[in-house]
Write a protein that binds this ligand. Structure first.
Ligand SMILES: C[S@@+](CC[C@H](N)C(=O)[O-])C[C@H]1O[C@@H](n2cnc3c(N)ncnc32)[C@H](O)[C@@H]1O
Length: 240
């Protein structure tokens, strides 16, 4: 089983190369026995081989032929996997890769995959940047960033996904014309997204920000935002 990245875990620094900082959570509440079982048995077959992590010398470029010529989509930080499984079920003609370092989220997703019986999914249970490193140019036909970590303090804004360190590699792996969707409940995240994503080579597709996509499935974080009185914003871009 591929281990999720953790800056506190010295096993992830085999070469002593500089660590790529990941500031989010990797572990949460103790996993239930059923979740542990799913991680042990279901995760391995779904995990993309060869992604590893930034300082792993054994990583190799992904061979997109392994996806059988189907369009490949990417969900960044799928959390509990509601949207990922919904999309996989709704769009059986594509393969969707999900990246998520929070192992409790991965365990939740595995439960949902079993329930839904979807098979057109592949996983990277780690930092999406490690996955972007090994994806070929123009290999992704659509990407989703749903409720990315908000990092509300100004001095942490550079940790947000909508910064060049994340957006430039995303731009490289996306096909020209491919759609990039961002959902967030944080007005300042909307501001930064509208500023930074076009600079990284994406054009905004104009539509009302309060109208969700036709095939949208609300997520745990969207439910939380609505409960707490924050409005969702939906932004769509096209890779230039
Ligand atoms: C606020 S949660 C939203 C989860 C889910 N998309 C939803 O809407 O419920 C943000 C998620 O992004 C994940 N995340 C943060 N940095 C990431 C990275 N570098 N690569 C992949 N996922 C990341 C976190 O672990 C977390 O699960």
């Amino acid at each position: 089983m591929t281990e999720p990245a953790s800056p506190k875990d010295p096993r992830h620094h085999p070469s002593g190369a500089p660590w790529r900082n990941f500031y989010g959570r990797v572990h949460g509440k103790t996993l239930r026995p059923g979740q542990k079982h799913a991680l042990e048995h279901d995760l391995g077959p779904l995990t993309l081989a060869g992604v590893g992590w930034a300082d792993n010398p054994d990583r190799s470029p992904l061979d997109m032929a392994d996806f059988g010529g189907r369009p490949v989509w990417l969900e960044i930080g799928f959390g509990g996997g509601e949207h990922l499984v919904h999309m996989a079920a709704l769009h059986p003609q594509v393969v969707i890769i999900g990246a998520e370092p929070f192992i409790n989220g991965v365990a939740m997703l595995l439960g949902k995959i079993r329930e839904a019986g979807v098979t057109n999914l592949a996983l990277h249970p780690g930092d999406v940047r490690d996955l972007l490193d090994v994806l070929p140019d123009a290999s992704i036909a659509k990407a989703f960033l749903n409720y990315p970590d908000p990092w509300p303090k100004a001095r942490h804004h550079r940790r947000r996904f909508v910064t060049p360190g994340h957006l430039d590699p995303l731009h490289r792996v996306m096909a020209p014309g491919a759609e990039f969707r961002v959902a967030t409940d944080i007005p300042d995240y909307v501001r930064q997204t509208l500023e930074e994503v076009p600079v990284a080579g994406f054009d905004r597709i104009e539509h009302p920000m309060d109208v969700a996509w036709d095939d949208w499935r609300s997520t745990r974080y969207e439910h939380k935002a609505l409960r707490e009185g924050r409005a969702p914003h939906y932004l769509t871009f096209r890779r230039r």
